[in-house]
Design a protein around this ligand. Structure first.
Ligand SMILES: Cc1cc2nc3c(=O)[nH]c(=O)nc-3n(C[C@H](O)[C@H](O)[C@H](O)COP(=O)(O)OP(=O)(O)OC[C@H]3O[C@@H](n4cnc5c(N)ncnc54)[C@H](O)[C@@H]3O)c2cc1C
Length: 449
């Protein structure tokens, strides 16, 4: 048996790190157990055959207030971590059609309406149709009575197939990583409200400047260690010890670690495995089993430095790739990250065929680019949970009903889809629930000192 630990966080993704930082901030040192070699979870860096790249291209938005608040706690100025840009995107089809939308630098939500009014590549009727829906959404505060599939709802609301293809589908894939035929209208509108209804800056694109592991994870680790916490990497939790409605500790293989409080910040499919064997948490485990997951593939292609997108990112429709990021903004000139969201025929292609197909799409758009020098395909099969109709009813709170056991992770009921912001918000929520639980029971483990 190992020495007793007071407070433990299991999982060093952005949710676990946010929880550990919040607990440390309120004077509670933690031990964080992470099964991987690196912190960051799905949003970490990877080294593949000597090439350091991120585990998939990530981008943040101005409305990610929990992350921006956490950076302040960590003492990191925003401009050191991210490059903020006014929302602008250009969507290209293989048929040489282009739609460009740029919000205007005026107060929200006028910036959105202005952007729709001035969108290039849409005809007058299309702009009017999108604008009318935008105005109606603002009037209704982006809410609907009953959830339904987004595509169906858009058609019912007069949106044309072309508007769906060039505007709504790219947004749906970028925000929910879920096919538009299945996606939850309720979650989609909630996110539109967060990004477009409050402050103009909420819709800004925030490009993460350092590598993913050197962004929030590295600084959170330093902060937690400076506050008396410790990190145990490559330590996989294999079971929880729960008895009579209370957590007593956990196992890493054969080793039992007693502890009083534990935040389980693993992905839902791991949390399910750890919760299912206990009668007290079997129902919660079954609830987590109802989540579906969708992949994200990122094809990194290194071209000679002269290759430029002409934008920080562009969207693609009716081909294989969905978004292309020019990593010049990360001081990686010539490196393109092509993101393929959700399920699709690309999942049945081998890496070589997929990379060749993506390079052919780029060559058609940028015929003057030189030959690619190297490429890598990163596939994350369970990148995000599916944001289908009814998903909100399945998402749990941080409380588990077992004394001393709490949940964190992007799948919690944060209102956000599977995102960095959802993960960080859940970690903060969980730490706060733990701290207020301790205060109300007046446990000997004092939360605020
Ligand atoms: C390719 C890709 C692109 C994405 N793009 C974006 C984007 O642009 N913007 C955005 O906001 N979001 C994006 N996301 C989503 C975002 O990465 C996730 O929502 C977020 O990272 C989830 O964080 P988490 O802490 O909840 O879970 P995770 O990151 O999964 O962290 C869980 C941690 O628990 C650890 N763990 C698991 N089991 C155990 C165990 N038994 N014992 C100990 N540790 C364990 C894991 O190793 C992991 O480190 C993307 C995701 C992917 C994969």
């Amino acid at each position: 048996m190992a020495t007793a630990l007071t407070t433990v966080v299991v999982g060093g993704g952005w949710a676990g790190l946010a929880a550990a930082t919040t607990l440390s901030r309120y004077g509670m040192p933690v031990a964080l157990f992470e099964s991987g070699r690196l912190l960051g979870g799905r949003a970490r860096s990877v080294n593949t055959q000597g090439w350091n790249i991120d585990n998939g291209q990530h981008i943040m938005l101005g409305a990610y207030r929990n992350i921006l608040g956490l950076l302040q706690t960590l003492g990191i100025p925003e401009q050191r971590m991210v490059k903020r840009k006014l929302l602008q995107f250009e969507i290209h089809s293989t048929q040489q059609q282009t739609v460009t939308l740029q919000v205007h630098n005026v107060a929200a939500p006028m910036h959105l309406l202005w952007g729709l009014m001035r969108a290039r590549g849409l005809d007058l009727h299309e702009r009017g149709t999108a604008l009318r829906l935008g105005a109606r959404l603002i009037r209704n505060r982006f809410s609907i009575n009953q959830d339904q599939p987004l595509e169906k709802w858009l058609l019912q609301n007069g949106q044309t197939r072309r508007l769906i293809q060039f505007l709504w589908q790219p947004l749906c894939l970028a925000m929910l990583n879920t096919p538009i035929r299945e996606a939850s209208t309720q979650v989609f509108l909630h996110i539109l409200r967060k990004h477009f209804a409050r402050e103009r800056e909420d819709s800004d694109l925030l490009f993460i400047l350092p590598s993913l592991t050197e962004s929030l994870p590295l600084h959170a680790q330093r902060y937690v260690e400076n506050h008396g916490g410790q990190f145990r990497l490559q330590q996989r939790i294999t079971a929880l010890a729960i008895d009579a409605g209370r957590l007593h500790g956990f196992y890493c293989g054969e080793t039992f670690h007693p502890c009083e409080q534990l935040i389980l910040a693993t992905p839902p499919w791991i949390a399910k495995k750890l919760l299912a064997p206990h009668p007290e948490t079997a129902a919660l485990g079954a609830q987590l089993g109802e989540f579906h997951h969708h992949p994200i593939c990122t094809v990194y292609i290194q071209y000679p430095e002269t290759a430029r997108l002409g934008n920080d990112l562009i969207g693609l429709v009716d081909g294989i790739g969905h978004w292309v990021f020019d990593r010049r903004i990360n001081a990686q000139p010539g490196l393109m990250a092509v993101v393929i969201c959700g399920p699709g025929k690309h999942m049945t292609m081998d890496n070589d065929a997929l990379a060749q197909a993506v390079m052919a799409e780029l060559a058609a758009l940028y015929p003057h680019w030189p030959q690619a020098l190297k490429w890598r395909v990163l596939r994350e099969k369970r990148a995000t949970f599916g944001c289908e109709v009814g998903i909100q009813q399945k998402r749990p709170q941080a409380r588990t009903g077992v004394e001393g056991l709490w949940l964190a992770g992007d799948y919690l009921d944060t209102g956000y889809p599977s995102t960095l912001e959802g993960a960080v918000k859940s970690g903060i929520m969980s730490a706060r629930a733990l701290l207020s639980g301790l205060q109300s029971t007046n446990s000997p483990t004092r939360a605020m000192r």
